[in-house]
Design a protein around this ligand. Sequence first.
Ligand code: ASP
Length: 576
Amino acid sequence: MYRTHTCGELRGTDEGKNVILSGWIERIRDLGGVKFIVLRDRYGKTQVVVNPGSSVYSIVNNISREDVVQVEGIVRKRPAEAITPEPTGEIEIVASELKILSKSELPPFYPGDDVSEEMRLKYRYLDIRNPKMMNNLILRHKLAFATREYLSNNNFLEVETPYLTKSTPEGARDFLVPSRLKKGNFYALPQSPQLFKQILMISGIDRYFQIVRCFRDEDLRADRQPEFTQIDIEMSFVHMEDVINLAENLIRYIYKAIGIELPEKFDRITYNEAMEKYGSDKPDRRYGMEMVDLTEFFKNSDFKIIKEVLERGGSVKGFKANIPMSRKIADEYSEFVKGFGLGGVLWFKLENGQITSTTAKYLENEYKAIAEKYNMNEGEVFIIAAHDNRERMNEALGALRLKVGKQYVKVSGFDALWVVDFPFLEWSEEEGRFVARHHPFTMPYIEDLEGGVELSKVRAHAYDMVINGFEVGGGSIRIHRRDIQEKVFDIIGLTKEEAKEKFGFFLDALQYGVPPHGGIAFGLDRLAAIAAGVDNIREVIAFPKTSSGTCLLTNAPSAVTQFQLDELGIALRQNQ
Ligand code: ASP
């Protein structure tokens, strides 16, 4: 028997028991001849005492940190002054047997040491021994477990869908897998099981879920992974309300399972409102600082820049913030918004009851009126921008709001909301055509589409769940009629032939009795990261890739043999 107990289990009430523990050596200390060993496993740490007279005393000299050992001994209560607050802090084991199960070389670092992330990823097995990482993985497991529990209890079936499949684009590049048996042909790894889950609705599965890996070959931004995990959900005979209710209850349930209470009811705002108030479709409202329209205050202004913008039909917006301000800071913010195509920012501050600003001599009256309307307090600052392109201004000011918020506002707790009524389409400069904003299987507002609404303004039955400024999930009511699906393909510039080639199987399925349906998918990595209070999803993934898509542990992606390539009928071009 390797162990009778784990290293996190023994308490004062176990005093006198003869026990066997196995684990890693966390620490060895010599206190005047008596050796104290701290033994660690996933469950915790236990102190072991080896007395000078004991038969195993000599073995201690041969063990070092991170060795795996087995200890047998009697549980004894520690003297009062030696009790520590951890769960096993009341006891220690007096060793009678000590066996080395596996020696460790001197590791490049000890679990928990402050080393670079590269080192942590390369030696992930050491890194995961750090209780912090271990707890993140435990928390992630609990979220996944609670998800299965909640959804199973609500009649959902977990159905697996293929990883080797045909590409069903969701806007990103596919990872391709060459076929050996059909040379020259490729599978794609799924960006999501979207069409399969819809087909399962057509099959009558009624309520589907899957905790599923998805793959997107994007240029990785700092916090993206080429493979990530979704809690994927689809339901039949539902309206948006039904999906939203189910999804909200699910997230509340799984967060509760790990001790986080989310609000009873999540707020709901439209996409337009989110963009107007926060310049973002995933606002973190905990920062406050809502953006407001200030155009009316500048109607009669002679200040050149603003006057010109207003003459061109533009507008003025701004937000109030409790932050330090100086000419230098203002310059920095101006530079920041220039990155979004704006000219810069104006600002004023209320100081000793007076308006302070580099532009006060031109705009004092306007600033005064604003200060009064928005009940400015002493020391507060208004940051203002003017531009003729409202969307761009919203985006720029929104990004500045976030930057300022992150820098100066201390936030805590949870802000959870839904953003609804997304635009159905988005103009792609790159491709010179409209693309679906969510995906092309989303149901547009038929009244918009048929009511002559400009294409870019047509709304979609799409919704995102946002927690603390992160889009944790998104979904939509789907098109369940072939004619509408074909029309949408047409709008996004797919010819009939292309639609048939890519989605023929799906269009066919749409002819044989389709329940109205809808669904949503959550990013499990992000949900876990928020719950763990970490910024980066790599902290909640056992073996993540770097931002250049490399696995530092295995060195994937890597070259393959000529034999493998030949079998696949693949010739590599030189100089690539
Ligand atoms: N398949 C979508 C996504 O991955 C989610 C959904 O519409 O259910 O974003």
